[in-house]
Design a protein around this ligand. Structure first.
Ligand code: NAP
Length: 317
């Protein structure tokens, strides 16, 4: 069911990268209020904008609304064009389509916007069907409350159902947000990448730095603190060393670029839009400078090879 009117969306025209704001207001997982504060986030926002980033991704559940409120405050103080994306969480107790419209209005209120550029379902959660939520999305689109519709974490079948359900109402499916990085290339195997390319759906890559691991700053001796440290054990940090070494080598060959820029440039070369999280000015600056250079074909192939070897050896365990 492909149709010229429903294929793709122009909201990502000229957008190669964004900023993810899960950590903005999130205490439990990311340590907001302890390791970094509102001033750090405001500086991260300003530096990103100065670096040419216009796309910001948030969600109603990040910091229980605080991420949207902080982003809204920063946007209000800044004159310019932005692409703002948020997400609806289809909690199992949300049983009516009207709950999406209600949640959307609350998100718009926190963001201080009349229209959202992209509204996404955060993940597929039963019992409400993909089709029912896409009907509600189409209603929001037709009411002018959103400029485009996206989905996150859908499998191939759900992605097709969302696309077709929206297409029946003349609404394009603009994006599919999924985990994608040099340490997680599942979408290349499970058909999501191919489906997106065929249907003209933009791929938004979340956790593009594997939650900080691809910065190279964490080692078996110095794992991340908190929940992340428990998830990613020391063996895993040992295993990824060959990839980090290759990223450092490629960075060094490109006038000393840091591993994060190698990781983000690899995703851009693979046709995805990465949305790295940034907690402070320094991280935001380093991430936004990714846009100033690109990898050669040879470097992309080398990274493909080293990361594929790692992923293969990981899956054998
Ligand atoms: N749709 C979904 O289900 C879903 C799920 C997850 C994420 N997301 C979205 O994707 C965004 C990004 O994903 P993510 O936050 O999970 O992971 P990420 O972008 O891979 O990693 C972000 C973390 O890496 C570290 N970092 C960032 N830039 C750095 C730099 N230049 N140098 C060193 N360390 C750096 C920071 O943490 P430390 O300094 O503490 O290491 C930062 O919080 C989220 O903010 C959110 O918008 C969506």
């Amino acid at each position: 069911m492909e149709d010229g009117n429903t294929k793709g969306s122009d909201i990502f025209k000229n957008i190669r990268m964004g900023v993810g704001t899960w950590a903005w207001g999130d205490r439990l997982y990311w340590g907001y209020g302890r390791e970094y504060h509102d001033d750090d986030l405001k500086n991260a926002f300003l530096v990103s904008v100065q670096g040419g980033i216009r796309f910001f991704d948030t969600a109603e559940v990040y910091g229980q609304g605080q991420s949207e409120s902080l982003l809204g405050n920063f946007l209000r103080e800044f004159d310019g064009e932005f692409v703002v994306a948020s997400k609806f969480m289809p909690f199992p107790w949300r049983l009516r389509k009207s709950s999406l419209l209600r949640a959307l209005r609350k998100s718009l209120g926190r963001l201080g916007l009349e229209q959202l550029d992209l509204y996404q379902t955060h993940m597929p959660i039963p019992p409400i069907t993909v089709e029912a939520w896409m009907d509600a999305m189409a209603e929001a689109y037709q009411a002018g409350l959103i400029r485009a519709v996206g989905v996150c974490n859908y499998n191939r079948e759900q992605l097709h159902r969302a696309y077709e359900s929206l297409a029946r109402q003349g609404v394009p499916l603009a994006s599919c947000q999924v985990e994608y990085s040099l340490l997680n290339r599942e979408i290349e195997q499970n058909g999501i990448k191919q489906t997106c390319e065929e249907l003209g759906i933009s791929i938004i890559a979340y956790s593009p730095l594997a939650q900080g691991l691809l910065s190279g700053k964490y080692t078996p001796e110095q794992p991340p603190r908190g929940i992340r440290g428990r998830q990613k054990n020391r063996n895993y940090l040992e295993q990824i060393k060959p990839l980090i070494t290759e990223m450092r080598r490629i960075g060094a060959d490109n006038a000393g670029k840091p591993p994060v820029q190698v990781a983000l440039n690899w995703l851009i070369a693979r046709g995805a839009i990465p949305i790295p999280g940034a907690k402070n000015e320094e991280q935001a600056l380093q991430n936004s400078e990714t846009l100033a250079w690109s990898l050669s074909e040879e470097e992309i192939m080398k990274l493909d090879h080293v990361s594929a070897q790692l992923i293969r050896s990981d899956s054998k365990k």
